[in-house]
Design a protein around this ligand. Structure first.
Ligand code: XLS
Ligand code: CA
Ligand code: CA
Length: 444
């Protein structure tokens, strides 16, 4: 096959002074930060659905994407050709991972049997390309959203056959992910939610969802697949009330259905903001439960209330995200997965490079800034001091479980009033973070 991106060379690192649009200014894969090369901190991953299947349609207009390697047909051969183009892109960009849905990579046919055969044919090419390049699958997943059979949901559908079809589909997607040596498998809620309670048995749907994930976890064991399972929270879209609203809702659900040991969370920036949180909040909430697994790196638009999946060019979010990742000791099976799409107006193949370069450079500065924040120590020290009252005296007694309401009443009756509160110094701390970001962005 002819090159898909003939005019684009492998993207080099040229440093912050470079003006070459097809070069990294900050992402220097082998540069060591906190004892580890940048590339291993990130385990950058390109998503197949946006980067190779999104035609850049919107509700008002047809697709605008120019993709010369794609003949636009639904044939298996075209799907295989696309895999070669995708791996050329991954290689030239220099990412270590990618992610896909079953239906992104191979055409759905009129029967499940034939669809599975199509998938097998395309997976053969993925396997070859993985072996040729050493690029790995970060996670696989199943698309239980687009086909009209899932109009009422998949695992939470009112139609038991839809549940059964989804189970068969996920079974196959797990097998394929296992075969490709995937590091993980994601369950994003898709249409697991509802539009109105007037037609919905919420409790029954949640029970079914729990049952579905239990079956998936059981089958994973049977298969011998050691990859990590993730749930990816999202509060709305496509349904009004998605069951996996945010990290807290997902953790509660996993505990309620006794699935907590089988899953971690894959946190997406845009979904966090749609839930009324920040990415940092969602990551820290997951991390506090020991369940921060992987991240979908993108951003939303503060003026739009839907899932715009823009490339992550927000340096502040990237810095705080990397701070959480460094704090938890780095990714194990997870990575920084670019679940992002170029704008409809950015329709040339080259835009795919610009978008990912922007995201990777942003995360590189974010990593440097996060490492600088940790080395600087002022933030940690401030927090330690702020909670100083818990290190001894009454605080230590409460934390260790020695205190009770009676002892605390006695303590307060004797003391009369609490020790003086001190300032939270938010603006000062924000300026410390900003200064370290400015320095990280300027550093060579
Ligand atoms: C959709 C989700 C989806 C998952 C994978 O909003 O982000 O793309 O990441 O199914
Ligand atoms: Ca996502
Ligand atoms: Ca999204």
């Amino acid at each position: 096959m002819a090159e898909a991106f003939p005019n684009i060379p492998k993207i080099p690192y040229e440093g912050p002074k470079s003006k070459n649009p097809l070069a990294f200014k900050h992402y220097n894969p082998d540069e060591v930060i906190e004892g580890k090369p940048m590339k291993d901190h990130f385990r950058f991953s390109v998503v197949y659905w946006h980067t190779f299947r999104n035609l850049l349609t919107d509700p008002f207009g047809a697709g605008t994407a120019i993709r010369p390697w794609d003949d636009g047909s639904n044939s298996v051969q075209n799907a295989q050709q696309r895999v070669r183009a995708a791996f050329e892109f991954f290689e030239k960009l220099g990412v270590s991972h990618y992610a896909f849905h079953d239906r992104d990579v191979a055409p759905e046919a009129s029967t499940l049997r034939e669809t599975n055969r199509n998938l097998d044919e395309v997976v053969k090419v993925f396997k070859e390309e993985q072996q040729r390049t050493g690029i790995k699958l970060l996670w696989g997943t199943a698309f239980l959203v687009g086909n009209p059979r899932y109009v009422h949901g998949a695992a939470t559908s009112c139609n038991a056959d839809a549940f059964a079809f989804a189970a068969a589909q996920v079974k196959k997607a797990l097998e394929v992910t296992y075969e490709l040596g995937g590091d993980g498998y994601v369950f994003w809620g898709g249409r697991e939610g509802y539009s109105t309670l007037l037609n919905t048995d919420l409790k029954r749907e949640l029970d079914h969802y729990g049952r579905f994930l239990r079956m998936a976890a059981d089958y994973k064991k049977k298969l011998g697949f050691k990859g990590q399972f993730y749930i990816e929270p999202k509060p709305k879209e496509p349904t009004k009330h998605q069951y996996d609203f945010d990290a807290a809702a997902c953790l509660n659900f996993l505990r309620q259905y006794d699935l907590i040991d089988d899953f971690k969370l894959n946190i997406e920036a845009n979904h966090s903001t749609l839930a009324g949180h920040t990415m940092h909040h969602e990551m820290e909430y997951a991390a506090a439960a020991g369940k921060l697994g992987s991240i979908d790196a993108n951003i939303g638009d503060p003026l739009l209330g839907w899932d715009t999946d823009q490339f992550p060019t927000d340096i502040y979010t990237a810095t705080l995200s990397m701070l959480s990742i460094l704090k938890m000791g780095g990714f194990v099976t997870g990575g920084v997965n670019f679940d992002a799409k170029v704008r409809r107006e950015s329709f040339e193949p080259e835009d795919l490079f610009h978008a990912h370069i922007a995201g990777m450079d942003c995360f590189a500065v974010g990593l440097k800034a996060a490492a600088a924040i940790r080395a600087d120590g002022r933030l940690d020290e401030f927090i330690n001091q702020r909670y100083g009252s818990w290190s001894d005296g009454v605080g230590a007694e409460i934390e260790s479980g020695k205190a009770d309401f009676e002892s605390l009443e006695k303590y307060m009756l004797e003391k009369g009033e609490i020790d003086k509160n001190s300032s939270g110094r938010q603006e000062y701390l924000e300026s410390v973070v900003n200064d370290l970001i400015y320095q990280a962005a300027a550093a060579k």
